[in-house]
Design a binder for this molecule. Structure first.
Ligand SMILES: [Zn+2]
Length: 595
């Protein structure tokens, strides 16, 4: 890749493997008789291999996961035999009281049937930790067996307090080392692991690069990472534990935050246009490797297999989306993307009230694309049908999603969320030729009163372990909590909004399995994240809010936990999306709209 003159490498290096460094330093005669405990960001196989190597050198060693230590304790060290009940005490941070309950997710969903579980706070006062922390935070696990035996375990969760890449105070999981000498002397210290060092090096590269004055600052900012670490699938829905996926999320959002802060914007601002930020984290190699480079935009399209629309087990290919759209006839609408891809929609004219249907604004939320097309084909069978269908609003993001799942098919890949400018298309200024123009054209032609905007969110836990664990700005979206609806309305349309949510949720309750799916996810959510703060109607959480700036009087946004789903769960996702569009379209036709 170095001989491509259009690729500028900003950094390329590998990182000494933490487990090997521990062996080099401590598996020596000088430490005979010592006991070593370390917390590192490595998978179980590597940690066990390191323990074995220590044992061969005559040293007792225990290597634990610094990431999600309580869940790993139950997976690796705990016996489930005749388990009757658990009381788990968790540490409480003053600024984030439920942080360690969230980090324990999805433990409550992994327990055998019938095991009672109760959570309690450790101690009575919230914990404040300092950089000179001398012992790790801990959980306390009290176990009762059906044999009557009682056990207590102390599960440590090493964390450090630090300023992050945008100078915000954080408490984050960290590497840790404890040595106990033969005469019982204990020494403890924070260890900067390879995983943490790689992330720091990536952030330092951003600060030391001279960026051009005007945005976009680059076409593609690429982080190619190799991590010698495999993912761990959990026996619950789509849950898995992945250091590689977490690193993608860290690199993507941290880079975005770096440019937001540099531009003087609020963290989380969606209008900033730094360019396309692409972390490509593969699970391979012998040691962690990082290459940061600036590259030309990728305008290629990876082919995806053609599938049956109604039963699609995976995201559709762009060619198939275009063919399905063309088959609807109607007036063609066009916009373009930064990389030169086409954004296409169709306007079907009829005597009904007009509705706009869109999907793929956030291109790693792929079930809406299928749901929108299924609904459009269903609706277009009626002579009165009157709608604009825009099934893929963000083709640059969608192409990136296709590129990223080629190596990591089970990861959520938020780098594919925004456009190749790096912004949320909804934040684009009016009157430009890019993605948002398709909505402006749709509204100008149809004067639609309702916009049905199909979205999704992660189907398994989303974390940022090196910046406080809980994804900043997305605290409400870190673990699945069912299919729910957001209704935004212009002033005066509150009653119409309420009526629409009532009618749509009544119809959705008829979709086989959907209410039960919601109940199960919300139950687990409430155990780890606290009571749901949304109202519920007919088994569906929803949110209604006023927005005077949106194009249409009413906008219905769906949120299905679809990111990473394939197979039958993906079919269930796009079936719920389709059912929502059909129900909302029909309900809107008879809604009283006296604003
Ligand atoms: Zn979304």
């Amino acid at each position: 890749m170095t001989n491509n003159p259009r690729i500028e490498i900003l950094l390329e290096r590998s990182f000494p493997r933490t487990t090997r460094a521990l062996l080099d330093e401590y598996a020596t005669p000088a430490y005979q008789g010592y006991q070593l405990e370390a917390w590192v960001f490595d998978d179980e196989a590597e940690r066990q291999a390191t323990e074995t190597a220590f044992k061969a050198a005559g040293i007792r060693a225990r290597l634990r996961s610094a990431y999600k230590p309580l869940v790993h304790f139950f997976l690796e060290e705990f016996s489930w035999a005749s388990l009757q009940s658990l009381v788990i005490e968790y540490p409480v941070l003053a600024h984030a009281p439920r942080r360690f309950l969230l980090e324990a997710y999805p433990l409550a969903g992994l327990l055998p049937q019938g095991v009672a579980l109760r959570w309690e706070e450790v101690g009575t006062t919230p914990t404040t930790i300092s950089t000179t922390i001398s012992t790790p935070l801990h959980y306390r696990v009290r176990v009762e067996r059906s044999t009557g035996e009682l056990e207590t375990y102390w599960v440590e969760a090493p964390n450090r307090q630090h300023l992050d890449h945008v100078d915000e105070a954080q408490c984050s999981p960290c590497g840790w080392l404890r040595l106990t000498s033969p005469n019982g002397e204990v020494s403890e210290s924070i260890v900067e692991t390879d995983y943490e060092a790689l992330f720091q090096a990536a952030m330092a590269t951003l600060s030391s690069t001279q960026w051009q004055t005007a945005s976009p600052y680059f076409e593609e900012l690429n982080f190619t990472v190799q991590l010698p670490c495999s993912d761990r699938r959990l026996a619950l829905d789509d849950e898995h534990i992945s250091l590689a996926e977490a690193l993608h999320e860290e690199l993507y959002f941290s880079a975005l935050e770096y440019f937001q802060r540099r531009a003087g914007l609020a963290l989380g601002d969606r209008s900033i246009q730094p360019g396309q930020i692409v972390p490509e984290v593969s699970s391979q190699g012998e040691r962690a490797y990082l290459n940061v480079s600036l590259r030309p935009l990728d305008a290629s399209q990876l082919p995806r297999a053609e599938v049956e629309l109604e039963s699609a087990q995976q995201a559709l290919g762009v060619e198939q989306i275009e063919a399905l759209l063309a088959a609807l006839d109607g007036q063609a609408l066009h916009a373009k993307t930064r990389a030169g891809r086409a954004v296409e929609a169709r306007y079907i004219v009829g005597s009904d009230r007009a509705v706009m249907i869109s999907a793929g604004q956030h291109a790693n939320e792929t079930s809406g694309v299928v749901g929108a097309l299924r609904a459009a084909h269903h609706l277009s069978a009626e002579r009165e049908a009157h709608f604009v269908i825009s099934p893929l609003e963000n083709p640059d993001g969608y192409a990136l999603q296709g590129r990223l799942i080629a190596t990591q098919p089970r990861h959520m890949h938020h780098a594919a969320r925004y456009t190749a400018f790096g912004n949320d298309l909804q934040s684009q200024p009016l009157g430009q030729p890019f993605e948002h123009a398709i909505r402006e054209q749709a509204f100008a032609l149809s004067n639609a009163g309702l916009h049905i905007n199909l979205h999704g969110y992660p189907a398994h836990e989303w974390t940022r372990p090196l910046s406080g664990y809980v994804p900043r700005g997305f605290e409400m979206w870190t673990i699945p909590k069912g299919f729910f609806l957001i209704l935004r309305h212009q002033p005066g349309y509150e009653t119409a909004a309420e009526q629409l949510v009532e009618a749509v949720t009544q119809q959705l309750a008829q979709v086989p399995g959907l209410v039960e799916f919601n109940a199960a996810q919300i139950g687990l959510f409430e155990t780890h994240a606290g009571a749901l703060t949304f109202p519920m109607l007919n088994g569906f959480p929803y949110l209604i809010s006023e927005d005077g700036n949106q194009l249409t009087p009413l906008m219905l946004i769906t949120e299905y936990p679809d990111e990473t789903l394939t197979g039958e769960p993906f079919v269930q996702a796009h079936t719920a999306q389709m059912a929502t569009v059909v129900a909302a379209y029909n309900a809107f036709q008879t809604l009283s709209l006296n604003a």
